[in-house]
Design a protein around this ligand. Structure first.
Ligand code: HEM
Length: 444
């Protein structure tokens, strides 16, 4: 095991998709494959492991696309991973997302697993490919299709295309892809110069974490080491409803933008309220050296600039005073848009499915993803606001409110409906490259 000081991650054994930020523009396809035959499943992993890039590799063996592979718990079972190994995985992962939601960790959410057919069968998982444009990506997918179609007992049961625009705007119109944590030993800088790099064990298994120990490592070590957990969620966004709400409760266009910014914590341009609370600064929003360079405690403890209940302050309170230790609840997060954008100015729903493929990467499903989702997004207790939820992504019900601290009197937005609906999701394990080969070589 590695020592705490000067830890170096074994980048050549970690999948590139774990650590490397995505480019923009960007196109991606998620494919969910079901394994009904373990021999074919192992062959599939052998073929996949040959095209997965490591985080040390600046180029991809798949040419101009990048391939990542993750497995569900059912997928590991379908491959014939021995029982003593299966039980060594994180309990949340063993249960899977839908069961975790039913068990009450995120009570107000009842996500389905992705793909109907996925529910009962062995579910190995995700080829996730990224390339600069969709036609070239389709060609890569065609090559992949050839690789799995001839294998008996391997079925593609779900596919989702997604993209990042050059502006990286998500469906509500906000710039996304800004805030990333710095990770010790990864060689990849975070985006907030005010955040001390986090211990590698927060994000990759086999290294010390923020608590000073090692996160439980799935057995055998070759399988667990340099792997990590991932969460995928397909989040449908009610864009017309969001626009109508802003219009109905604001006093004109300028106020509409301010309201949207107060709910998010950033202007749509990406410029943080923490640095420009009164008016938007698009140049700042687009500048990666400045747009995440801020903290809250010194000059905004009460949230007059960035409301304590806004999306980005809830999901990462930075140095603000909240119960607990913020560093134990950080995550690598990637959002990719799916579905056609709703044309500018349209206020009626056109029935199209659009939203965000949300991806979480971290070593601790429970205290990172599930905690943030249930305690910070869908509760307000930690900021002394009872059951008031995140105004943008919380499971609001039309009776919810959002408070904007203001002098002399605060402003309260009432009647918040639900703007984001979970359409499905699952927990996965993203093995290291040696582990992929170990899985392919399973003999029993
Ligand atoms: C459709 C749903 C969602 C939308 C539209 C959305 C949108 C955004 C945007 C625009 C940002 C600011 C850009 C950035 O910092 O990169 C952001 C930040 C963030 N979001 Fe979300 N988000 C969604 C769901 C979620 C969920 C479900 C979680 C966690 C459970 C989450 C966690 C975060 C975190 C941790 C940050 C970074 C905060 C920071 O470091 O300042 N988001 N989100």
């Amino acid at each position: 095991m590695h020592e705490a000081a000067n830890v170096m991650l074994e980048l050549d054994d970690i999948q590139s998709g774990v650590l490397r930020p995505r480019p923009a523009p960007y196109a991606a396809i998620y494919v969910l494959l079901r394994i009904d035959d373990r021999t074919a499943g192992r062959e599939l992993l052998r073929r996949a492991s040959a095209v997965v890039a490591s985080a040390a590799n600046p180029t991809s063996p798949a040419g101009d696309a990048w391939v990542s592979v993750a497995l569900t718990f059912q997928g590991l079972k379908a491959l014939g991973v021995p029982q003593d190994s299966l039980v060594s995985f994180a309990w949340e992962f063993q249960q899977g997302m839908a069961a975790r939601a039913r068990a009450g960790r995120h009570r107000r959410e009842q996500p389905r697993t992705l793909g109907k057919a996925a529910r009962d069968a062995g579910r190995p998982r995700r080829a996730h490919r990224a390339s600069p444009d969709a036609p070239r990506l389709e060609a890569v997918l065609e090559r992949a299709r050839k690789a799995y179609q001839e294998l008996p007992g391997i079925t593609a049961i779900w596919r989702q295309d997604c993209y990042a625009l050059p502006t990286e705007t998500e469906a509500f119109g906000f710039r996304d892809g800004i805030s990333h944590p710095a990770i010790e030993g990864s060689g990849m800088p975070g985006t907030n110069p005010g955040e001390q790099p986090l211990k590698a064990g927060e994000f990759v298994l086999g290294y010390r974490d923020e608590l000073g120990g090692f996160p439980p490592l799935p057995r055998p070590e070759v399988l667990g080491r340099n792997g990590t957990y991932v969460v995928f969620r397909k989040l449908h966004q009610r864009v017309a409803e969001f626009r109508r709400y802003l219009k109905a409760y604001s006093k004109g266009l300028e106020d509409e933008e301010l309201m949207a910014a107060k709910m998010m914590g950033r202007w749509r341009s990406g410029a943080p309220l923490a640095l420009c609370p009164l008016r938007d600064d698009p140049a700042l929003g687009a500048d990666p050296r400045r747009n995440n360079n801020f903290l809250y405690a010194a000059d905004d403890a009460l949230g007059y600039k960035t409301p304590v209940g806004s999306h980005i302050r809830r999901t990462n309170p930075r140095d603000a005073a909240v119960p607990g230790v913020v560093r134990l609840h950080r995550m690598i997060r990637r959002g990719t848009a799916y579905g056609p954008p709703l044309p500018e100015g349209v206020l009626e729903d056109d029935g199209a499915d659009r939203g965000l493929m949300f991806a979480f990467v971290g070593a601790h499903l429970g205290r990172q993803f599930e905690f943030v989702q249930s305690e910070w997004v869908n509760s307000g207790t930690f900021i002394g606001a009872g059951d008031v939820k995140d105004p943008i992504v919380g499971s609001n019900d039309g009776a919810s409110s959002f408070t904007i601290p203001r002098r002399p009197v605060r402003r309260r937005l009432q009647g918040l409906p639900r703007f984001v609906v979970t359409r499905g999701g699952e927990y996965g394990f993203m093995p290291g490259l040696r582990a992929l080969r170990w899985l392919a070589d399973l003999a029993m």
